[in-house]
Design a protein around this ligand. Structure first.
Ligand code: PEP
Ligand code: MN
Length: 625
């Protein structure tokens, strides 16, 4: 059961409730849900709910209706995240674990690890103890394999995941690996589950070959009941009557689990399909269906692999899959960040160099705006987001060192460029050090229970009204009131307590202020994306640097712009954006803003810059990222 406590509860009352529950034989977990203190009590209590209901300090007692308790979303509404070094599973980033089925040699593991890291995998997998159907098949290198995994972590910088097949391996696992995997065949090996529950390392729990979702969650419950909450569920296909694939991937498990449990869910399409050509389509589908990540088998020479070669992707195929996932992720509100590990290391490096703790990133508006989301999706938990009141204030704060970074929108796919920021990029001497694209979904947000027919006034940012034009035209009697940002709009209607007021904002902003989504996705075009750039005073060490931004002006003679573009064309450099802005004080003269796919800060780019310098009157490098 769940005990929701009164806001004004005293420590003494709380202690009494806790000790009553413990003497009653319950496992007790204290939590905070939406700012309210709750106690989860698991086990057969000696007293009934009515007894606890009348204890001083208890506001409500809610029974947990499912057989699994600690893993249940009824007990813990918010998503659990599992942290492995700089990698957070279950957060806003898609986490991809990749590597061979089995560790075969040091060379094999290093080669594959370098390849998968290059393509954006953030954790490395590889079995050292292999549970094989046949006793005559390769059984894994045992401890030798674990040592190789530890070397991979040191040399390639990827956290490592491997399967534990017996409690006897617990000490070895502690010594060498970051995440222990409980394989499909061991999902109901209860002694092993209890063992990993006590291990204190994150656990990746695969679904059994013929396990129901409830049985699977009960297995997770074993791990949590031993005190380990760091559990990731991994669907890897179940046995059905269908022989065309090795197993049948149960993709519907994703939404089912998301409703039932707070634990992160990842998909292993390799074991689910058993065939290389089927892996990528199912991986893409898994991300579209809401999975938090993927576990993919990759081998540089699958024909010679000692296990599961036919289902292992070639590194290049894996790279292509990652590019596709990178595109799909923002559609479902997430990110696949190719440079996640490098970026985390760079932020740490910068913190050390500046001799201070947590870095600060400034964004426009309130917590709950898309700018805030861009900020938190770009930096994850590494950096604190700081709200600012204007774009200029962000540039100024970064310039003066009040903030270490700034996150500003540059262009929207429906409404075009945010010119103010282009002008500020020219004015301030700051660098672009990164970029992030978000899908923008707008919802009509109102008070709980309010009816759309009674809405009279709608609050939001003017650009948002523009993006929702068609929807608003259908309600032409509504008065539209501009606010600084979308989160402010929601706050404003919440404070006003008028059921005829609504706001247009994100779901996050609605949730944050206890408001409800009245109508989902009201933007005119669902392909509504905003590209944000991250600004700073210095470039990030080891950043990805796939793209660069420049500003320049040319002389006023025929072919002047063409001459500059020719420099890129002759060097085979791909131009991804060209924008012009009027030069202040010089009517009808323009600055050109150029994005190219190249690292302008690399030594090899120097001759191109020299050539460009000769063809331009003014040239400013905004940065490579
Ligand atoms: C594996 O991940 O290599 C493996 C053996 O998986 P499963 O337990 O899902 O068969
Ligand atoms: Mn395998």
């Amino acid at each position: 059961m769940i005990l929701v406590l009164e806001k004004e509860i005293t420590q003494e009352q709380k202690n009494r409730i806790l000790s009553t529950l413990r003497t009653d034989g319950c496992i007790v977990r204290e939590m905070s849900e939406a700012g309210q203190c709750v106690i989860g009590a698991i086990g057969k209590a000696g007293h009934d709910a009515g007894f606890f209901q009348q204890l001083p300090g208890v506001a409500r007692v809610v029974p947990i209706s499912t057989s699994f308790k600690l893993v249940s979303r009824q007990l813990h509404h918010e998503d659990t995240t599992v942290q492995v070094g700089d990698v957070v599973i279950g957060g806003e980033h898609i986490v991809v674990i990749a590597g061979p089925c089995a560790i075969e040699s040091r060379d094999q593991a290093m080669t594959i690890a370098r390849e998968v890291r290059r393509y954006g995998a953030v954790l490395f997998r590889g079995g050292a103890f292999k549970p094989r159907s046949s006793p005559y098949s390769f059984q894994g290198l045992g401890e030798e394999g674990l040592k190789i995994l530890a070397e991979v972590r040191e040399e390639v910088g990827l956290g490592v995941v491997t399967e534990i097949t017996s409690p006897a391996q617990a000490d070895m696992m502690m010594k060498y690996v970051d995440v222990v995997q409980v394989g499909a065949r061991n999902m109901q090996n209860f002694e092993l589950l209890k063992c990993v529950g006590r291990l204190g390392k994150p656990v990746l729990l695969k679904r059994g070959l013929a396990a129901t979702i409830e049985e699977w969650l009960m297995s997770a419950e074993y791990i949590l009941s031993e005190g380990n909450d760091h559990v990731v569920l991994c669907e890897r296909g179940i046995r059905t009557f269908e022989p065309y694939t090795r197993n049948t991937l149960d993709l519907s498990a994703i939404p089912v689990l998301k409703k039932l449990t707070h634990l992160p869910v990842i998909i292993d399409p390799s074991h689910a399909t058993g065939m290389r050509e089927k892996v990528s389509p199912m991986a893409r589908a898994a991300i579209a269906a809401g999975a938090d990540g993927l576990m993919i088998e990759v081998h540089h020479d699958p024909d010679k692999a000692l296990s599961d070669g036919p289902q292992s992707l070639y590194p290049k195929q894996f790279g292509q899959l990652m590019r596709n996932i990178h595109v799909i992720a923002p559609v479902v509100g997430k990110q696949l960040d190719f440079g996640l590990l490098d970026k985390a290391a760079a932020v740490d490096h910068l913190s050390k160099a500046k001799g201070k703790g947590v870095q600060r990133a400034a964004f426009l508006g309130e917590i709950g705006t898309f700018s805030h989301k861009a900020c938190s999706q770009y930096f994850g938990t590494k950096v604190t987001s700081v709200p600012m009141s204007s774009f200029r204030a962000i540039f100024q704060a970064v310039k003066e060192g009040e903030a270490d970074f700034g996150v500003v929108p540059l262009e929207n796919s429906l409404t075009g460029s945010i010119h103010e920021n282009y002008d500020l990029l020219l004015e301030y001497d700051l660098k672009i050090i990164g970029e992030i694209t978000l899908r923008i979904m707008h919802h009509l947000v109102g008070h709980p229970g309010a009816k759309i027919e009674s809405i009279k006034r709608v609050f939001s940012h003017p650009q948002v009204f523009q993006q929702c034009r068609q929807f608003l035209d259908r309600h032409d009697r509504w008065e539209l009131i501009s606010t600084r940002d979308t989160a402010t709009a929601v706050k404003r209607i919440q404070k006003g307590r008028d059921l005829t007021d609504a706001a247009i904002a994100s779901k996050e902003a609605a949730d944050m202020h206890g408001m409800e989504v009245m109508e989902e996705g009201i933007e005119a075009n669902p392909r509504n994306y905003t590209r944000f750039v991250v600004i700073g005073t210095e470039r990030l060490e080891n950043g990805p640097r796939r793209k660069s931004s420049l500003i320049y002006s040319t002389g006023d003679q025929p072919g002047a712009l063409y001459e500059t573009l020719k420099v890129f064309a002759e060097q085979g450099i791909n131009l991804v954006k060209l924008e012009s802005r009027p030069i202040h004080g010089k009517p009808w003269e323009y600055m050109f803003y150029i994005d190219i796919q190249a690292d302008v800060e690399a030594d090899s780019f120097k001759p191109v810059l020299d050539a460009l310098g000769k063809k331009t009157d003014y040239l400013k490098i905004l940065g490579s990222y």
